[in-house]
Write a protein that binds this ligand. Structure first.
Ligand code: AMP
Length: 113
């Protein structure tokens, strides 16, 4: 999709700090990080959200989750990370190309403290 921001990052039309790239997935640092480690993992193929991805391309869902784990490991998170898929504008999804937020490096326990 030519008007999709993340498709344009996949195509190299918009620069990104890429930490992992395979035939099926790309991972890059979020421009507005919410934690010391904040990486977005996306499928190369365009799907709007995680529900559509898992319904339409379960093999890519698996690859996306594997890539998120690989990124967490390469970022030194030692199996301590939060994986977030915002699904829908009402809960804050702003880019409608499915992406996993890999977050770590700070305390995420709730309530904080
Ligand atoms: P969401 O709100 O779940 O749709 O997440 C979209 C994320 O994309 C936000 O955390 C943004 O900071 C991030 N973002 C937007 N534009 C870029 C960009 N050009 N490169 C990297 N991350 C971006």
């Amino acid at each position: 999709m030519s008007n999709c921001l993340f498709c344009r990052i996949v195509a190299g039309e918009i620069p990104a700090d890429v930490v992992l790239r395979t035939e099926d997935v790309v991972a890059f640092r979020d421009v507005n990080p919410q934690a010391p480690v904040h990486v977005l993992v996306i499928p190369v193929e365009h799907h709007a959200n995680i529900a559509e991805l898992s319904a339409q391309a379960p093999h890519l869902t698996s690859k996306l989750l594997d890539a998120a784990a690989a990124v967490a490991k390469s970022e030194g998170l030692d199996n301590q990370y939060r994986l977030v898929f915002n699904t829908g504008a009402d809960v804050g999804q702003s880019v409608f190309h499915v992406h996993a937020h890999v977050l770590g490096g700070r305390d995420f326990t709730w309530p904080p403290g």
